[in-house]
Write a new protein. Structure first.
Length: 110
């Protein structure tokens, strides 16, 4: 195969891949041209690089910051107290309902 024949084969193959969305062209969304898709991908990569996302993220941006507080956590206490109060109400309602059900099923004999 000559260089010209090989080049023609490569160009034809690339054109068919683009037409039938094969190879690197398969991810191009319907209704979007290949240049539009490539522009979108280039813009996305640029923004990821600018803001340190994806493969440009550094270990420092993945660090979790913890805040040490001095004193008692009244917010957590309030949530726990509300949950405990709800549990007491639920248990009391179940006990009262059980007593009422037993009393209504008794048969009175006179």
């Amino acid at each position: 195969m000559t260089k010209a024949e090989y080049r023609a084969l490569v160009l034809r193959s690339e054109a068919l891949n683009e037409k039938y969305r094969l190879g690197e062209w398969k991810n191009v969304p319907k209704g979007m041209t290949t240049p539009e898709y490539h522009a979108l991908m280039a813009r996305s990569e640029g923004l990821n690089k600018r803001y340190g996302l994806g493969k440009w993220s550094t270990a420092s941006s993945n660090r979790v910051t913890t805040v040490a507080t001095n004193g008692f956590s009244w917010g957590a206490f309030g949530i726990g107290a509300a949950a405990a109060f709800g549990l007491v109400l639920l248990t009391g309602g179940l006990v009262a309902g059980g007593r009422h059900a037993r009393q209504s099923t008794r048969v009175r004999t006179s």
